[in-house]
Design a protein around this ligand. Structure first.
Ligand SMILES: C[S@@+](CC[C@H](N)C(=O)[O-])C[C@H]1O[C@@H](n2cnc3c(N)ncnc32)[C@H](O)[C@@H]1O
Length: 308
């Protein structure tokens, strides 16, 4: 059973832990002053206030490493100076937007959780031409915590492929949102390396991607224009202009929050779902949650609910 404690020990932590760094880089980081308990608490409070995540003390090296990398880039040698800079009006806001990328985990990949995509295909979309009669011709999807775009594009390809199979004309609009503007920019551009697209079948690659002369792939314009990347902080959803959605996907994001915050976030997703719409979460990311408007979907190795 998954613990509800905030964990930054995702299998996917992309940025280096100081203990895993090569010794040359490790000694460079040692040039930074030790971060005392007061300093640590100050940074943890700031992170919690602005992202809702509370970093536990045992993740101190994660904070120090990633903070140090960014401070080094800017020429700051003192945590307090950098902290004060982040509170210095407009420049501070701009810098916070950059720092948040270093303090969040962006690991993702195409078709990452195939069962969830299969659930969307099998439990929400029509299965045959006869099932398309009377179906709405629009599908609105929200990928929350979309990172660099692999998740929303995977959902978009899954939906487009199924709708082609059943021959139903439809409009697909995907909102892909994240707190990191750097991640969003990558997703919006839609360039990926050969290694990043390795899970995609040749058929989908040729249909949904363009191969570039340098060997990279770019998501084809037709698919890209269906996916709209937006900056949304999930703990400030009220500030966003996100409307009613048919499918909401939020995976590998809730794990960074404590149980109360997870429930609060997911309850807000319910308000954004159309009747009959589905909410797809990461397996094990929310335990014992129920909502009067939502019914659990039974589909192997998934965690999903349908709006009644
Ligand atoms: C581990 S990635 C998961 C990406 C994708 N959903 C997947 O499962 O492959 C988590 C993403 O959540 C984003 N994130 C973290 N805190 C957030 C917040 N408060 N609001 C929106 N996105 C957030 C991070 O920037 C990161 O891109």
């Amino acid at each position: 059973m998954m613990s509800t404690a905030v964990s930054f020990l995702d299998e996917d932590v992309m940025k280096p832990d100081v203990n895993e760094l090569p010794s040359r880089r490790k000694s460079a980081l040692k040039l930074f002053p030790e971060m005392g308990k007061y300093q640590f608490e100050q940074w943890v409070d700031l992170l919690e206030k602005r992202t809702g995540m509370r970093l536990p003390y045992n993740r101190r090296s994660f904070l120090v490493t990633n903070l140090s990398i960014r401070m080094r880039q800017l020429g700051f040698g003192d945590y307090q100076d950098y902290y004060d800079h982040l509170h210095s009006g407009r420049d501070g806001h701009v810098e916070w937007d950059k720092l948040v990328h270093y303090l969040t985990v962006h690991e993702t990949r195409f078709l990452r959780h195939e069962e969830s995509l299969a659930l969307i295909r099998d439990c929400y979309l029509p299965q045959s031409p006869s099932e398309t009669r009377g179906r709405p011709t629009t599908i609105h999807v929200w990928s929350v915590g979309c990172s660099t775009g692999e998740e929303p594009y995977s959902v978009a390809m899954t939906i487009d492929d199924q709708m082609r199979k059943v021959g139903h004309e439809f409009y697909l609009g995907v909102i892909a949102s994240d707190i990191s503007r750097s991640a969003i920019a990558v997703g919006r551009a839609g360039f990926y390396s050969k290694n990043q697209v390795k899970a995609i079948t040749p058929e989908w690659l040729s249909r949904y991607f363009v191969t570039l002369p340098d060997g990279r792939y770019q998501v084809a314009q037709e698919l890209r224009q269906r996916v709209c990347f937006n900056h949304v902080n999930v703990v400030d959803m009220e500030e966003s202009t996100i409307g009613a959605m048919d499918i909401i996907v939020c995976q590998n994001l809730l794990i960074y929050y404590d149980k109360e915050r997870r429930i609060d976030i997911v309850n807000k997703f319910v308000d954004h779902l159309t009747p009959g719409g589905i909410l797809v979460l990461g397996v094990g990311e929310l335990i014992n949650w129920s909502h009067p408007d939502m019914k659990r979907l039974n589909y192997a190795n998934t965690l999903a609910f349908r709006h009644k």
